[in-house]
Design a protein around this ligand. Sequence first.
Ligand SMILES: Cc1ncc(COP(=O)(O)O)c(C=O)c1O
Length: 415
Amino acid sequence: MHGQGLPEVAYLALNPGPPLWYDRRMELARRVARIGESATLEVSRRAKALKAQGEEVLDLSAGEPDFASPRVAVEAARQALAQGKTKYTDGRGIPELRRALAQRFAGEYGAPWSEDQVQITTGGKMSLFELFEALVDRGGRVVMPSPYWVSFPEQVRFAGGEPVMVPMRSETGFAIEAQPLIDAIDEKTRAVLVNSPGNPTGGVIAAEELRRVAEACRDRGIVLIADETYERLVYGTASHASVAALAAEMAETVILVGSFSKTYAMTGWRIGYVLGPSPLLKALTKIQSHSTSNPTTFAMYGALAALAGAEEEVRANLSEFAARRTLLVERLGQLTGVTCASPDGAFYAFPDVSAHFRPGRSDSNGLAKYLLEEARVAVVPGAAFGSPNHIRLSFACSRETLTRALDRMAEALSG
Ligand SMILES: Cc1ncc(COP(=O)(O)O)c(C=O)c1O
């Protein structure tokens, strides 16, 4: 009997209280379960903890240039702020920057993209995110070479799609080859994604291979997304093959993603861009209008100034990167059992370190942890990029840091 003299059932019928589902625990959307935590986090967390304890960790894990942003960009952003350029803009970004990018790709490569076919985004990462949202339905596939940048498969999964990772050959330094990518296209494929110069391998795709992939995509009515975030960072005799050179011929099926982050050392400004066919750009504009809206207004003015007037700094940074690359590759070559192709682009070396696997450090995660604990050198395990025999070392740090890090690694791996 209940307190009011009523049987329990009758009481509940009269006083139903909150519905049972009020008590339900918070549930996360299924799409979050589809994506994993970055495999690089464990090492970077530990590196941070060691630094906080006052340990000197030599950090070769950074994915950003250590140089200052161009002076002209800083000054232009400062002026933009002073002039009150602090309001919303066109959702696609300021027309001046869209026009300048369209003109740049027209002038350099004869690309037909108009300023209406350019969208400025909150970093290149957001361009890619919006693209997968726009192109991939549930089960739609995106074909990409492996090793791959960590965010590619996760963004595809987040959109409900399926990344299809196609292994490239380590003997050729993971050079991106067209045929295996073409062979992986099937009726569910919505896009092929190529990143050149590439993170994590530093490899660049040859112009003929890029053309073959682009033609295969066009013939099958799917798109080719070219992530050209590292476009200006190429070394020696290597040259960058841009999809912009194919845009006049294959306007409906090629898409270019770029960024100010790496070329101009402007990572924190969060300015990227995407150029491609009009119907796609309209879709991206809708997505952006309901997500980030325009990228930060004064940052876009800074990017505009960088595009027009930072060439000297870009070249100076490039020659410093080139010197670091030579140093790093030479020092890696001196480590017994370590093999490393000389990266043609970006600012990463991606050596095979499997000869140094031992019990307790039997893969790239284990070896990265070992290097952190024993040598206080932070690197990124290749497993994060789909390549468990390798580690990624960034040369976006001083030559002194590289030299000391390699001294320490040589000692830690000598046993
Ligand atoms: C291959 C690749 N694409 C895109 C990006 C995105 O850069 P951001 O969002 O800073 O423009 C990165 C950054 O690390 C990258 O490595």
